[in-house]
Design a protein around this ligand. Structure first.
Ligand code: MG
Length: 247
């Protein structure tokens, strides 16, 4: 069941989204070779709590940390640990913050030091794919329009979207209906209604689309190729998408 949000609820969600988005910027500014993902996680938790919010992911399905840190061939759900980031790595950081009962969910992939041209290009294409998906958000349009916008752009650049994981509705729960796939056909799928809030999150692999999910739920590319991931939480309004996690 898709739960539509009132204008008042969307204002609260914009605050949750802003906290998550600001947290992501704080972490981006900390990135350098030699830092561990656990250090990033500690700062993220302190930041979110200082803002009067709660780390959404912590304890969710047993997840032990505040953020997901997914390095290189890790697609999503990487668990912060003693892993030391190295020059040339790319790292997706996914942040969830719950404020006054509502969730903001956002992610971005960043370079650590100088990275290869190929890694730069993968990140740029994935970021633009998210923008194309967001541009397809319109009251009365369909979710397939979003997936089509994302996948067609990604394919054109020789990359593949992950099909086993998708974006999702967001509200009082991090994962609500509907599922928001990163592929689809125009004019198909659920109709977007004013008050719908969804997380759009293309996961793009430099190689094939196949992934492996480990028992601790972290996901890697089957062929070991690099993967990038960008995510915003957006509300469907009478005037297209309102980005709730953009800072
Ligand atoms: Mg999400």
């Amino acid at each position: 069941m898709i739960i539509l949000k009132t204008d008042e609820e969307i204002e609260i969600m914009a605050k949750a989204g802003r906290i998550a988005g600001e947290c992501l910027l704080v972490l981006r500014d900390m990135l350098r070779p030699g830092i561990t993902t656990k250090e990033l996680d500690k700062v993220a938790e302190e930041f979110i709590r200082k803002c009067g919010a709660i780390p959404t992911f912590k304890g969710y399905m047993g997840f032990p940390a505040t953020i997901c840190t997914s390095r290189n061939e890790v697609v999503v759900h990487g668990i912060p640990d003693e892993t030391i980031l190295e020059e040339g790595d790319i790292i997706s950081i996914d942040v969830g913050a719950t404020y006054m009962g509502f969730v903001g969910d956002t992610a971005a992939t960043f370079p650590v030091g100088r990275v290869s041209r190929e890694a730069e290009r993968l990140m740029e294409v994935t970021r633009e794919a998210l923008s194309r998906g967001i541009a397809a958000v319109r009251e009365g349009a369909r979710l397939g329009d979003i997936g089509y916008a994302i996948e067609s752009y990604v394919k054109k650049h020789g990359y593949s979207v992950v099909r086993d994981y998708a974006g999702h509705g967001v509200g009082r729960n991090m994962h609500e209906d509907p599922s928001v796939p990163n592929y689809g056909q125009p004019g198909t799928g659920p109709v977007m209604r004013k008050g719908m809030v969804i997380a759009i999150e293309p996961m793009v692999n430099a190689g094939g689309s196949e992934v492996i999910t480990y028992p601790d739920l972290h996901v890697v590319t089957r062929d070991g190729s690099l993967s990038a991931h960008f995510e915003h939480t957006v509300a469907v309004t009478g005037e297209g998408a309102r980005l709730l996690t953009l800072v």
